[in-house]
Ligand binder design. Structure first.
Ligand SMILES: NC(=O)c1ccc[n+]([C@@H]2O[C@H](COP(=O)([O-])OP(=O)(O)OC[C@H]3O[C@@H](n4cnc5c(N)ncnc54)[C@H](O)[C@@H]3O)[C@@H](O)[C@H]2O)c1
Length: 321
């Protein structure tokens, strides 16, 4: 198998690439290193079946650099602006880095006739107040972040490319993904704040936000499990498959703040909470995903939500020193 992985130098990419290599795949990773780093690729960068290119996949016709003879069986499209709060400050960001990256990668798949397309979507497509736990067929979807909008629009383009150009797609809507090679998010942010000021941790919001978290190793085993156990069929629904992917439980920001303070400062820092129910504009107060669809395929994560978070706090603290 030959696999093209966009955004592979980030948290999820650096976990899924070794899994693809272990399955005997040749892997080309394309990343412009806006959030990812070369350090994330070190453990497999000398593998003979691995190649890296520092390219921007939101650029028109970026795939032409591959040459017309390039052949891939699978595209794993991960490149995006994964930092939700950044989108509020820079509205053009998610149009360019979350939607244009998808559109141009779909154009690559069409041009190079890549039959299989895996997409990293998110619970943010559901918006602020869906039913909990939220099923894949949740009905009205009104994202409240530009990031969620970029992902939902991406899903719509993928669905139309499936119908028009013979591609089969697996759309995974992730919960919050955590692990040691973090590039953004609550653990990354709390750790940085505490290293700057070990006496006090200022938390955005009142700490009551509760979200579903998943360990990155569980997540990437789940992506490949879903892809392999649910092959594409003939109908549109069988060639455009949508699966929530996370743990069943949730963890509060308060629990994350307390554990990060313990790990990073030995419990010495005071925690100062805000008064708002959310951390920033576009943040949601709660996420909880209905995951029976992926579970019915036989996938089960090794860690629950809080176990994933606590492990990531320790691992990231070690890794990022
Ligand atoms: N981490 C999470 O909690 C989470 C949750 C839901 C969905 N997702 C999605 O999963 C995917 C992977 O997430 P992650 O946590 O590994 O994020 P990440 O930021 O660690 O990785 C994304 C990678 O995309 C790269 N990238 C961004 N714009 C690019 C461009 N124009 N061209 C080439 N590369 C580009 C970045 O440099 C980075 O390495 C993303 O699409 C993200 O939106 C992540």
């Amino acid at each position: 198998m030959k696999a093209l992985v966009t955004g592979g130098a980030g948290l999820v990419g650096s976990s899924i690439i070794p899994r693809l290599l272990a399955r005997g795949a040749d892997v080309l990773c394309v990343d412009n290193l806006t959030l990812g780093t070369r350090k994330h690729l070190e453990e497999f960068s000398s593998h003979p079946a691995f190649r890296f290119e520092e390219w921007d996949v939101s650029a028109r016709d970026w795939h032409k650099k591959l040459g017309g003879g390039a052949r891939f069986d699978l595209c794993v499209h991960l490149a995006a602006n994964s930092d939700i709060s950044l989108g509020h400050r820079h509205p053009e960001m998610d149009h360019q880095r979350t939607l244009a990256t998808t559109f141009e990668t779909l154009m690559a798949a069409r041009e190079l006739k890549i039959p299989n397309f895996i997409f990293a979507s998110t619970s943010a497509v559901y918006g602020a107040n869906p039913a909990f736990p939220t099923p894949e067929n949740a009905g009205d979807m009104h994202p409240v972040s530009l990031y969620g909008a970029g992902k939902l629009a991406s899903e719509a383009f993928i669905s139309s490319f499936v119908e028009n150009y013979g591609i089969s797609a697996w759309v995974f809507r992730f919960g919050n993904v955590v692990g040691r090679r973090l590039t953004h998010g609550v653990i990354y942010d709390f750790t940085a704040r505490l290293r700057k000021d070990p006496a006090e941790l200022v938390v955005l919001g009142n700490g009551g936000q509760t979200k579903t978290y998943v360990d990155v190793e569980d997540l990437t085993s789940g992506i490949l499990h879903g892809f392999e156990k649910s092959p594409a069929g003939r109908t549109h629904a069988e060639r455009f498959q949508v699966l929530n992917l996370s743990t069943e439980g949730t963890t509060s920001v308060r629990e994350i703040a307390e554990e990060t303070v313990k790990v990073v400062t030995g419990g010495k820092a005071k925690i100062r909470y805000g008064t708002e129910q959310t951390g920033w504009v576009g943040d949601v107060r709660k996420t909880s995903l209905e995951v029976s669809r992926i579970q019915k395929l036989g996938w089960k994560p090794a860690h629950d939500s809080t176990g994933s978070v606590f492990k990531a706090i320790r691992d990231y603290n070690e890794w990022s020193r």
